[in-house]
Design a protein around this ligand. Structure first.
Ligand SMILES: Nc1ncnc2c1ncn2[C@@H]1O[C@H](COP(=O)(O)OP(=O)(O)OP(=O)(O)O)[C@@H](O)[C@H]1O
Ligand SMILES: [Mg+2]
Length: 235
């Protein structure tokens, strides 16, 4: 059983091919990592899955159903939530309002209050600051809010684009630990990272280099790659 299938994906911008022949599958319950250096095609891959860019070729399927030329709002309704690079939040809205506007009642029978309580249960820091203007929160708090917003859709698949970007190591650990807690609640996660320590959370994943998959495997297999070894050991 696979939740998400990406097959021979090719995506470009004008003449530039950013991603070519990328294939992977994400199984339910996994924390699947998409690792790679700057410009390796991580964001492009996520944007193609979300329907934000039309691939040149390839197939993307959710629970066996091909997404085709689907629009982003329809992707969200299928249960795919995307926390974009740079955490898109509404800076002039309160934490409460940021979460409330992201609620998708068509996805769930749960009330707004019930889901808000779940998100605040995962991120007590957000509950403490529920009336604060989002733009005045710290980078780490804004990342928590961006993840909280994605959870308001009650997704089946949570995709995150470099949630550790710009965060201190302590805050990165806290965010990663929360992702594990979210995963333990049964949600499937597709985590894009440049930060090699994301491997510690992963069940499996791929490493992208210059738009192609250079390595695929489970955590143990990925850990032995040069990408991870270099980051950890400087070898
Ligand atoms: N809107 C765009 N127009 C033209 N080229 C783009 C555009 N967005 C990305 N690219 C190019 O596509 C390639 C892949 O970019 P992408 O943003 O997917 O990489 P990334 O792995 O997410 O990198 P980073 O870690 O820096 O976020 C790069 O060469 C980039 O310059
Ligand atoms: Mg990126």
């Amino acid at each position: 059983m696979t939740l998400l299938t990406v097959e021979s994906l090719k995506v470009g911008y004008g003449d530039l091919i950013a991603v070519r022949d990328v294939s992977f599958t994400v199984k339910p319950g996994e924390i699947f990592v998409l690792l790679g250096a700057n410009g390796s095609g991580k964001t492009t891959t996520l944007r193609a899955i979300s329907g934000l860019i039309r691939p040149i070729a390839g197939r993307i399927a959710m629970e066996g159903e091909a997404l085709g030329a689907i629009k982003p709002h329809a992707v969200a309704r299928l249960g795919i939530s995307h926390v974009p690079e740079g955490r898109r939040i509404f800076p002039n809205l309160s934490v409460d309002d940021n979460l409330t506007v992201s609620y998708l009642p068509t996805r769930t029978d749960k009330s707004l209050r019930a889901i808000l309580d779940e998100v605040y249960g995962l991120f007590p820091r957000l509950r403490e600051r529920h009336k604060q203007m989002a733009g005045t929160m710290s980078g780490g708090e804004q990342q928590m809010l961006a993840i909280g917003r994605a959870l308001m859709n009650c997704p089946k698949l949570l995709m995150l684009d470099e949630p550790s970007l710009g965060l201190s190591p302590v805050m990165t650990d806290l965010v990663f630990e929360r992702l594990e807690a979210i995963s333990n609640q049964g949600l499937t996660i597709l985590l894009v990272e440049q930060n090699a320590s994301a491997i510690d959370l992963a069940t499996s994943g791929v490493i992208l280099s210059n738009g192609v998959v250079s390595m695929a495997g489970d955590r143990a297999a990925l850990s032995s790659t040069q990408y991870i070894q270099k980051a950890y050991l400087g070898v």
